[in-house]
Design a protein around this ligand. Structure first.
Ligand SMILES: [Zn+2]
Length: 125
């Protein structure tokens, strides 16, 4: 991912936690959980992509298409991808808000799914 510092220093309030996860990839991503030994494999639980990392989650996974589309619509139809996301966030407060809301929405829901999933696996023993 491109220049982290610009993102990092502009973060504030409750968005910081999820944005930092998205930036560093150290969060609720199977690929990361797999690397640190907390998941049996690193592929995406939604679409089966072999590498569920931050980039896959935020930009690629079809599970979050609707959230991406919603954020895109709010930013005048801009495409949100790995090249444009930083610019979108930095060009205006509005852009910042829209993109960070999208990331928070995706990460919150993903974490909740993961909690439920782990509970389910725990039941099986
Ligand atoms: Zn996926």
């Amino acid at each position: 991912m491109p220049d982290i510092s610009q993102w990092y220093w502009r973060t504030h309030g409750q968005t910081t936690f999820h944005l930092t996860q998205a930036l560093t990839g150290h969060g609720c991503f199977q690929w990361y959980l797999f690397k640190i030994g907390k998941a049996a494999k690193g592929d995406c639980v939604y679409c089966g992509d072999p590498r569920d990392d931050a980039q896959h989650t935020i930009f690629c996974c079809e599970r979050w298409n609707s959230k991406r589309e919603k954020a895109s619509a709010k930013t005048g139809g801009a495409s949100i991808d790995v090249e444009t996301i930083i610019l979108l966030m930095l060009e205006s407060e509005e852009g910042w808000k829209n993109v960070s809301e999208m990331i928070v929405a995706i990460m919150s829901e993903k974490e909740e799914d993961e909690r439920l999933r782990q509970r389910g696996e725990g039941d099986k023993g």
